[in-house]
Structure formats: C-alpha cells, structure tokens
Design a protein around this ligand. Structure first.
Ligand SMILES: [Zn+2]
Length: 270
C-alpha cells in the first residue's frame, strides 16, 4: 500500500480519472421530477395576434426555448418554424439535428393546449440512430416530454385518445414518451434512469379503438400506410387486438434514461 502511494507521488501528475456520475438517490430523483413538473408561477403560454396560444417548447437539456404560432387549433407550423423546432429538439450531446415530423409538433401542440400549459418541456427528442437501434426518436417522430402542471398519467391518457400515436409512460423517470406512427401502441416502463428497459404493452383495445375513431374523423396515420378508402375494410384487415399489442420500434427509449438527467446548470427558471 505504502509502495503504491510513493510510486504515484513520484510520477508525473496523473490524468484525473473521468468521474462517473453517481446514481441519483430516490429522493433526488423525486425532487427533480417534482421541479420539472412544477409550472413557473404566473406564466402562461404566449399567444399570437389572434389570441391563440403559441407552441412553446423548452429543452430541459439545453435550456433552448422556442415559441411559434400555430395555423389552427390543431397545430400547423410553417416550414421555417419546423426548422427552428428541429434545432431545439436536436440531440444535446452530439448537436445532431433532424427534421421533425410536422405531426409530432401538432401532437405536442394539442397536448399543450389541452392542458393549457405554459410550455412543453422536452426531456429528449431527436436521438441519432445507432447500430442495432431503431426508434422513432431517430426519425424525428418522437419526444419525451413533461407538461408542467399536469400529471404524466393524465398526459398519457389524453395522448392515447388521439389516434396513430405511441404513448409510453415512465413512472420512475417521470416523463411521457409520445410519437406519431401508423398504428397506436401504448406501454408503461417502470425502469428508472440508467436501468434496462422494462417495457410492457398496455391498453391494446384502446389503441385499436382510438385509431378507428381517428380514421372515421378523417384523420390518417403516418406512412407506411396505404389508404384503402374504405374504413371497414381497413379495420377488417387489422390483426385482432385481442392478441398482445404490437411492440413498438425496438428499444424505444433505450437512451432516454441518459438524457433524462439534464445538467442542473442553465437557465431553467422553474
Ligand atoms: Zn421516448
């Protein structure tokens, strides 16, 4: 032991070892989740000239903020604003950007306005695809979000009604995953930050029902999808949802645990 100490002391100053981030305690995680969900007092979403709420995105990782007007109550954003959104929704570590599916922004807008939220807080959106990993995050079709002032379960419940969406709830990490896809799929994952996914499909019947209702409202899912022009035929062609629901894109949130720990620095004002 002594010899080791002497040898180290005589050598040139060793490079400091990269510090491994200590895993947050349950109390710390709980406190962080509460702060992320707490609305900033006396703050509301900005409104446009017509008095309509604007989409307000706030990245918890970068503290970037974007406020853009919607064309209508269901969203609708200009190409320029979609570009700006893609920047705010970039992968924080790499800085990689990817075009965002406009329907994802519409989805975020509908959630924000339904809850009359001051903003949508982004835990993670675009994540560059890697080998052996496919995810709607890598297609610009998914975001993990927090709605200040709203419980995750309520956000998920609303999202599940919309049709052609993926909705995953992460009770331990404290966020909701939403994405746009051809056939709805819902899940819960109770694994905490840094843990291996433990995803479980839920509410398959509701997923099928939400899609059929969206279809009868004249809405359409994301490609790949071949419109048949006949809702009944389309529904008949669907596999039975009595079977376990179709799994989502594999490893849907394999990295969310990493990105769900934004640095405490920054301009977070909540
Ligand atoms: Zn996700």
């Amino acid at each position: 032991m002594l010899l080791t100490t002497v040898a180290v002391a005589a050598a040139p100053a060793p490079k400091p070892k990269p510090k491994t981030k200590p895993r947050a305690t349950a109390a710390q995680v709980g406190a962080r989740m509460r702060s992320w969900h707490a609305p900033t007092p006396n703050k509301t979403a900005p409104v446009d000239d017509d008095g309509r709420p604007m989409l307000a995105l706030y990245s918890l990782n970068t503290s970037d903020r974007l406020e853009v007007p919607a064309a209508g109550e269901r969203g609708g954003f200009s190409a320029r604003d979609l570009d700006r959104a893609a920047h705010v929704l970039r992968e924080p570590g790499s800085g990689c950007e990817h075009p965002m599916d406009p329907r994802l922004l519409d989805l975020a807008y509908r959630i924000q306005t339904f809850f009359r939220a001051q903003e949508v807080r982004i835990v993670s959106a675009y994540r560059a695809p890697r080998r052996h990993r496919k995810s709607n995050h890598g297609l610009g079709r998914a975001m993990d979000l927090i709605i200040p002032g709203a419980a995750d379960e309520e956000v998920a419940k609303f999202g599940r009604e919309l049709g052609f969406v993926g909705v995953g709830i992460y009770p331990s990490s404290g966020f909701v995953h939403v994405d746009v896809r051809a056939r709805s799929y819902f899940w819960v994952d109770r694994s905490g930050p840094g843990r291996r996914n433990r995803e479980r499909g839920i509410l398959g019947d509701l997923a099928a029902r939400s899609d059929s209702q969206a279809l009868t409202r004249g809405e359409h899912p994301t490609p790949p999808f071949a419109p048949l022009g006949d809702v009944d035929a389309w529904l008949r062609a669907r596999p039975s949802h009595a079977a376990p629901p179709m799994p989502p894109e594999e490893d849907e949130d394999d990295e969310a645990a990493d990105t769900a720990s934004p640095a405490p620095t920054g301009n977070a004002d909540f």
